[in-house]
Design a binder for this molecule. Structure first.
Ligand code: SAM
Length: 192
């Protein structure tokens, strides 16, 4: 068996979790690759909520869905993922974050520790039991290490009885390779 690359692994986790009819979240829509992937998993009875703070990312994501005739499965919001609780009022089966900046776009627009953690906290509340939050953490850019460390500190202290937290990382790759953190909700609890 070949070891899966990080992005492949992230999608594999989503595929194993998401079923037709599910509500799911793409917290960092970017070019819309994950939004499309999720839209294909949820079927016509499901819904993808996609968030991005860049209008160009929202437009690209919407176009990608339109190109595949799947626009009815996605709600693409020009809002930050820290507002997820304001827009999503259903139980969520899975959420994906690709942290960092959008390649080919403005490298100064990056995800930030505080807003990322607020979104994770709120998604943990919205998540159904057995649901998954997948974080792909890019940390080679300015600001990336601060976000990586803050996110790791936050997820590491989540009580194991309620949330299982996994890290999937290659240890001998050059140039700060991205890695995956996955959170599986085991049980409801008052998450702060
Ligand atoms: C690494 S890119 C995402 C790549 C994307 N998943 C794809 O398939 O192309 C990170 C994205 O997060 C967005 N972003 C930054 N801060 C955000 C926030 N607070 N809420 C939502 N998106 C944010 C950026 O605009 C950028 O498009």
């Amino acid at each position: 068996m070949k070891l899966q690359r990080v992005l492949q692994y992230a999608q594999q986790l989503l595929k194993a979790t998401v079923e037709e009819g599910d509500t799911v979240v793409d917290a960092t829509a970017g070019n819309g690759h994950d939004t499309l992937f999720l839209a294909q998993l949820v079927g016509d009875s499901g819904q993808v909520y996609a968030f991005d703070v860049q209008k160009s990312a929202v437009d690209t994501t919407l176009l990608r869905l339109l190109d595949h005739g799947l626009e009815h499965r996605g709600l693409v919001l020009h809002r930050g993922h820290e507002e997820v609780a304001k827009y999503v009022h259903k139980q969520v089966a899975a959420a994906i974050f690709n942290l960092g900046y959008l390649p080919g776009s403005n490298h100064d627009i990056i995800t930030k520790p505080n807003t990322t953690i607020v979104a994770i906290q709120d998604l943990l509340k919205l998540l159904k039991i057995g649901g998954l939050i997948v974080l792909v953490i890019y940390h080679g850019h300015p600001g990336g290490k601060e976000e990586r460390d803050a996110v790791i500190e936050y997820v590491s202290q989540l009580p194991q009885k309620y949330v299982h937290v996994l890290k999937y990382e290659f240890l001998n790759q050059q140039n700060d390779p991205p890695f995956v953190i996955a959170l599986e909700k085991m049980k409801d609890y008052p998450i702060e």
